[in-house]
Design a protein around this ligand. Structure first.
Ligand code: GLN
Length: 253
């Protein structure tokens, strides 16, 4: 299953988390430690989205392995950004390998990634997908479960739902329609990150410079904390909240 991460904090280059850390996203693409539900490597594309000062996020997505992209090291080194979201993809069997199928998906200030699979795809989603405007369905980046999840989440966000309840409400609704789905979602607007652990690995690390939420810890820093299953993490530069999905807020660290 794919690996993803997001950062908010002091302006920095994405190089460390993407490429240089001992267990960077690039390393997680060919030597992941905690793949669940099939797949051994994450070579079916990658993506990076970042926030230029006073501008909407920019995305760089490619359909090949992250380590084979000659331009990425220079691009990452040239950036200074207060937030970014990146993902490496292991395509679910039957789903296309294409740039459009790679996270981050996005619109306006939002960047989004999904690590997992919708059980019973696509039939299990017929009813929920049918509630979306047809124009959203025609504009999906790819005919994949992740692209549809983004369309459904974006629909909630633009109708004014607070992002935290939009994300947890979507997980609850999709799980009801497609029990046994794996739904690790990752959403950021550049100021906060909302992530879910739903049948997949997820860890969080915060310090004075910022917060990282990642499928797997990127180094041996003891501050990395596993996120319990069926929880959401809501993080800003200064705070990390754990929220049980379907229940009230439990703790603040
Ligand atoms: N099902 C999604 C896709 O095929 C995500 C895959 C994954 O998490 N490995 O793009």
């Amino acid at each position: 299953m794919c690996r993803h991460l997001a950062y908010v904090g002091a302006a920095c280059s994405p190089t460390r988390l993407l490429l240089a850390a001992p267990h960077s996203l690039t390393r997680q693409s060919h030597a992941p430690r905690d793949m669940r539900g099939g797949g051994t490597v994450n070579v079916d594309g990658f993506g990076l989205g970042w926030y230029p000062a006073d501008a909407e996020p920019v995305r760089y997505r490619r359909s090949g392995p992250i380590w084979a992209d000659a331009g990425l090291p220079e691009l990452a080194a040239s950036l200074r950004t207060r937030a970014f979201l990146a993902a490496v993809r292991s395509a679910t069997p039957g789903m296309p390998v294409s740039e459009g199928a790679c996270a981050p998906f996005g619109a306006g200030r939002w960047l989004f990634s999904h690590n997992g699979i919708i059980a019973g795809w696509p039939d299990s989603m017929a009813e929920l997908a049918g509630k979306l405007p047809i124009t959203d369905l025609l504009r999906l980046d790819a005919p994949t479960d992740s692209a549809l999840l983004w369309a459904m989440l974006h629909d909630r966000l633009r109708s004014g739902q607070p992002p935290e309840s939009a994300v947890t409400g979507l997980v609850t609704e999709v799980e009801r329609a497609a029990p046994g789905s794996r739904l690790n979602l990752l959403l950021t607007d550049g100021e906060r990150i909302i992530a879910t652990a739903w049948s997949h690995a997820l860890s969080v690390r915060g310090d004075s410079s910022g917060v990282v939420i990642a499928s797997e810890p990127c180094d041996s820093d003891p501050e990395w904390t596993p996120v319990p299953d069926r929880h959401a993490v809501v993080a800003t530069r200064d705070s990390v909240d754990l929220v049980p999905i379907n229940a009230d807020r439990s703790s603040r660290t």
